[in-house]
Design a protein around this ligand. Structure first.
Ligand SMILES: N[C@@H](CCC(=O)N[C@@H](CS)C(=O)NCC(=O)O)C(=O)O
Length: 220
């Protein structure tokens, strides 16, 4: 058995944060595929009682430890390996600040927007979609402005805040109906820098569930 098990599925940018971190630090890990869209495993009582009372993915299992919330998982992995770890109190607080902003305002809106556009039946109400798109534009502009000043969110080096921010940013523009890279050039350059890190992989190559409805991977 691998050192780490990650409950995840390919379409989950929230889970991608944890999967990407595990890959970037060279961890020995394996995915546990969650049939999120089909059986809705995350909504079942045994999942809520035995895996995650919040009914969410990702969940990281490391021996006897079971962790949820990608921000917690990233913090745990960086504390344990020293990799992508903020270096002092100021950096730690700054990373946490961006992780919370990301969870709430950036990928916190991008994920549901993409879900309503591609997977929900019926698809999202146009007024709701327009509201969310405006929130997304505003939040991405803030991130873009920050990344015009420094190559990574906390400065010169990549930290867990950057890995968190990647959550939904590599999924194809067709899944959004807009092109994040084209609209936000500093984010595009940031994504290129993250992509150049050793062991970087796209969510569809890293987690099972591609094509949609299967347990496959895109390029394997
Ligand atoms: N803030 C959480 C968000 C996790 C999350 O919302 N995951 C989605 C899958 S992409 C989920 O499990 N949603 C189920 C639900 O909200 O009922 C994190 O970063 O781990």
């Amino acid at each position: 058995m691998s050192d780490y098990q990650l409950y995840c599925f390919a379409q989950s940018g929230n889970a991608y944060r944890a999967a990407l971190m595990l890959n970037l630090i060279g961890a020995d890990w394996e995915p546990v595929w969650i049939d999120f869209f089909g059986a809705g495993v995350q909504r079942k009582p045994d999942y809520r009682e035995g895996v995650n009372e919040m009914g969410e993915v990702p969940v990281l299992v490391h021996g006897k430890k079971k962790l949820t919330q990608s921000g917690v998982i990233l913090t745990y992995l960086s504390d344990h390996t020293g990799k992508f770890k903020p270096q002092n109190e100021d950096e730690r607080l700054e990373a946490l600040r961006w992780i919370i902003f990301d969870n709430q305002k950036v990928n916190g809106f991008l994920g549901p927007y993409r879900f309503l556009k591609n997977f929900a039946k019926p698809a999202g109400d146009p007024a709701v979609m327009a509201f969310m798109k405006a929130r997304i534009d505003g939040a991405l502009a803030i991130v873009n402005k920050r990344l015009e000043k420094t190559p990574f969110l906390v400065g010169e080096r990549p930290t867990i805040a950057d890995i968190s921010m990647c959550a939904y940013l590599y999924y194809p523009p067709e899944e959004y109906g807009f092109d994040i890279r084209k609209d936000h050039p500093a984010i595009a350059r940031f994504l290129d820098r993250m992509q150049a890190l050793p062991n970087w992989a796209h969510p569809y190559d890293l987690m099972p569930g591609y094509p949609f409805g299967t347990q496959g991977y895109r390029n394997r």
